[in-house]
Design a protein around this ligand. Structure first.
Ligand code: CTP
Ligand code: CA
Length: 223
């Protein structure tokens, strides 16, 4: 679909990519997380660096080999990702927020392992900061913000709402119900949504998807 030979068309651009899940501790042995593998974000970082960009990757815990020639900032929690992204976004030309950030975290983290009892238990959760929404509201001039969304229904409509609510330039939408798309696999079938248009990509590798996302970002920035 898209050749993966690259020209250095991102030379001089600083790109901040986030990838992977976050982990929110319940106690010293347990945490809340999601199925994100980090593959889409890592593909973006690899392709962007091959195209000459200065790339920073803020990454939650993943099993993937760290790409070379990329500044790696490892984080665990949504709070840590928020702090790292605020710092790294300050001089970024493009931000691609592929990470699957936890929306809620346990309100209290127990110091000791929580022991089971004979009764039910419940966890009190509090909201995490919406990192991308913060970036949309504190955007530096000319910075391009690309979000990612994972939906199981009404993909385009829900993603458009996120594009507007978070003041983004683009959102790359994923339908979790499509076989071969989503968290763990090596392929994706994304729709790139901007204020003006929608580009439905076919089912292709995450590397090709990354290349198409970066092509579309450059096209929008050069308009
Ligand atoms: N995001 C973020 N900070 C959060 C939650 C999400 O920066 N606390 C970012 C993600 O990295 C992604 C985009 O927002 O780029 C959309 O994430 P998604 O989970 O699809 O949307 P939410 O706004 O969290 O809404 P919901 O989970 O209810 O669909
Ligand atoms: Ca979410």
């Amino acid at each position: 679909y898209r050749d993966t030979a690259y020209e250095k068309d991102l030379t001089g651009k600083k790109i901040l990519v986030t990838a992977g899940p976050t982990r929110e501790a319940i106690d010293p042995v347990r945490y809340i997380t999601n199925h994100s593998s980090g593959k889409m974000g890592y593909a973006l970082a690899r392709v962007a660096v091959a195209r000459g960009a200065d790339v920073t990757l803020v990454t939650g815990p993943t099993e993937i080999k760290k790409p070379m020639f990329v500044k790696i900032v490892p984080v665990t929690t949504a709070k840590e990702m928020f702090e790292a992204v605020k710092e790294e976004a300050a001089d970024a030309d493009i931000v691609c927020k592929a990470a699957a950030v936890a929306d809620y975290r346990p309100k209290h983290i127990a110091d000791e392992k929580v022991k089971k009892s004979d009764s039910e238990m419940s966890l009190e959760l509090e909201k995490t900061d919406d990192i991308l929404k913060y970036l949309g509201e504190h955007r530096k001039d000319g910075q391009f913000l690309c979000g990612f969304s994972m939906e199981t229904e009404n993909m385009v409509e829900n993603s458009r709402k996120k594009l507007e609510k978070k003041k983004l330039d683009m959102i790359a939408a994923n339908n979790l119900k499509v076989a071969g798309a989503g968290f763990q696999g090596d392929t994706n079938q994304m729709t790139l949504i901007t204020k003006e248009d929608e580009t439905a990509l076919p089912m292709i590798s995450k590397e090709e998807t990354a290349a198409c996302i970066l092509d579309k970002i450059l096209e929008c920035m050069n308009k």
